[in-house]
Structures are given as structure tokens and as C-alpha cells.
Design a protein around this ligand. Structure first.
Ligand code: AMP
Length: 291
């Protein structure tokens, strides 16, 4: 694997390859786990060159403490990426990505910017878009790989790519969430949890699964508002300190309060805090899963 911390050297390397070959790109904030590696592996299957980036983007943290506490495990990350044969790792500094006078933009993301994650993390999605736009401008990949664990982030980045015209030459791939053997979504933040909290954190996916099966068992009669309240209570009773949301959205990413025949897909999303660590997860119900 070749490591780059300079834009010009990375671009010179990619330019040699760009003419005939495809470039897959996996942006990350490091503290890599099998979820990140699954994206890199998918990229490696579908492209001649795969670039992974590790950059803890200060602009997307709305709490300074969360940024400083974010796990940084670069040596281990390099070993993991080398082991699976990733071609290039881009590890820029803050001033490389955002030099002084870098023209930060305001992206017109619409309502999706302000709900759920956007509501609880003000400015988060503008920060995400700043860095992803910048990295796409630098890497100019053929394919971009994102994880559906951050479902709203996928929608936001897709929107930013349309606004900026990236969608004309970059294909985005939304990849399934990788989980541990019990079902807990892998997350760099899990590293901050005690073993007890890790097992209690399973309540998140278990409640999402329970909500999904409750809907599928009786879609016409299910009361989503009661199901929401019961799920929040269950999370609190099972050790979560707080629940920011447990909510049902349609394929246009609008909140829904009842089930109708016309849904293509329902996404149930949740965010809750345990041991001071905020976790998110989601589950999808496809229309063909309704009997
Ligand atoms: P992060 O380093 O948290 O910014 O994540 C980098 C990329 O990895 C994002 O596209 C995430 O959605 C994705 N990702 C994080 N956790 C998982 C997971 N458990 N399974 C699949 N993708 C993931």
C-alpha cells in the first residue's frame, strides 16, 4: 500500500492510472473495523485501484469533546488495510484538506439537513459535505463507497453530489451495515464502551428488529406512534441513558405515522446514548417483505 499525505503526489499517482482504470474511493475517519474494511473490499472487487482516506474531520463534530475523544489508531489502521491489499491510503492533515482561505460552501441540502442527525448535531451535515466534496475533488474516483449504517449521511452525500454535478461521473454505492456476531453495528465509537455496555447496546438493533417484525406482522393495524414509544421505553429500561429518536421514514426520507400500500421502502432509524457514547443504527423494510 502506498501512503500519501500530499495531494499532488496522490494525484500524480492516480493520473497515471486514470486513463484505462477505475478508481474506487472509501473515505473514513479511521479507527478502522470490519465495516470499513467491507467497503474497501467491495471497492477492490469493482475497481483496479482503491483509495482509502483517513481524516478526522473537525468540521463535522459539533462538540469539541467528541472530536478530541474520537479514537485514533493509525498504525493499526495501516496494518489492517495492508493485510487486505488496499492500494493507496490518503492521510492528509487538516491544513492540507482545508488550507487557509479554502472557500467553504453552504450546500442547499433541504430539509434532510435539519432532521434526525441534523437536528441533534447542528452543522454536522454541512461539515460532512465540505469534506466529502473536497476529497472527491482531490481523488476524482469512478466509484464511491458509503456505509448504510449512516443512512441519512448517504442521502445527504447523494444530494450534495447532485448539487455539485459529481453524480455525472462518480457512481455511489451504499453498502450493507456490518455487525458483530450478536448483531451490534460495528462503529469506531464502540471502542469507548465497557463490555457490559456493548451487550446492552444490542438493545438498539433488537428494538429495530422488533419494530420491523411488529410492522410486518400486522401492517394495517400497527400504530407507529405507540410502537415508537414502546421502543424508546424499552431502550431506556435496558440501560440507555437517553434516546434522541426512534423513527419511521418513507423512501423520500419523510416521517410516516401509518403504513399504506404505496411504500417502496420503510427505514426505521434510531439514535441513543449509552455510557455517554451516542450510537446510531437503522433497519430497512422493503415492499416485497410485506406479505
Ligand atoms: P466513519 O469512519 O465512521 O466516518 O465511516 C466511514 C465509512 O464507513 C462511512 O461510509 C460509514 O457509513 C461506513 N461504516 C461505518 N461503520 C460501518 C459498518 N458497521 N458497516 C458498514 N459500513 C460502515
Amino acid at each position: 500500500m502506498i501512503l500519501f499525505d500530499r495531494i499532488d503526489l496522490l494525484q500524480a499517482h492516480l493520473q497515471q492510472a486514470q486513463t484505462q482504470q477505475s478508481i474506487g474511493f472509501v473515505p473514513t475517519m479511521g479507527a478502522l473495523h470490519e465495516g470499513h474494511l467491507a467497503l474497501v473490499k467491495q471497492s477492490m472487487k469493482q475497481n483496479t485501484i482503491t483509495v482509502c482516506s483517513i481524516f478526522v474531520n473537525q468540521l463535522q463534530f459539533n462538540q469539541a469533546e467528541d472530536f478530541t475523544k474520537y479514537p485514533r489508531t493509525l498504525d493499526q489502521d495501516i496494518t489492517l488495510l495492508e493485510k487486505i491489499g488496499c492500494h493507496c491510503l490518503f492521510i492528509p492533515t487538516h491544513s492540507t484538506v482545508f488550507p487557509e482561505n479554502y472557500p467553504l460552501k453552504t450546500f442547499d441540502l433541504g430539509n434532510v439537513e435539519h432532521i434526525l442527525e441534523g437536528f441533534y448535531r447542528q452543522g454536522h451535515f454541512q461539515g460532512v459535505c465540505q469534506v466529502v466534496k473536497r476529497l472527491l475533488d482531490i481523488v476524482r474516483p469512478t466509484n464511491l463507497y458509503l456505509g448504510m449504517k449512516d443512512f441519512q449521511q448517504c442521502i445527504v452525500i447523494d444530494k450534495m453530489m447532485q448539487l455539485e454535478g459529481f453524480n455525472q461521473f462518480i457512481k455511489v454505492h451504499f453498502c450493507d451495515t456490518v455487525r458483530n456476531e450478536d448483531g451490534l453495528a460495528l462503529s469506531s465509537r464502540n471502542k469507548r464502551l465497557s463490555p457490559q455496555a456493548i451487550s446492552k447496546a444490542l438493545g438498539l438493533i433488537n428494538n429495530l428488529k422488533h419494530a420491523k417484525s411488529t410492522i410486518l406482522n400486522n401492517p394495517t393495524l400497527v400504530k407507529l406512534d405507540s410502537l415508537q414509544q414502546a421502543s424508546i421505553n424499552s431502550l431506556i429500561n435496558n440501560g440507555f441513558e437517553s434516546v434522541d429518536y426512534f423513527t419511521f421514514m418513507n423512501e423520500q426520507f419523510e416521517p410516516i405515522h401509518s403504513i399504506t400500500d404505496s411504500f417502496k421502502q420503510i427505514i426505521i432509524l434510531a439514535a441513543a446514548t449509552i455510557e455517554g457514547v451516542r450510537l446510531i443504527d437503522n433497519i430497512i423494510i422493503k415492499s416485497n417483505e410485506f406479505k
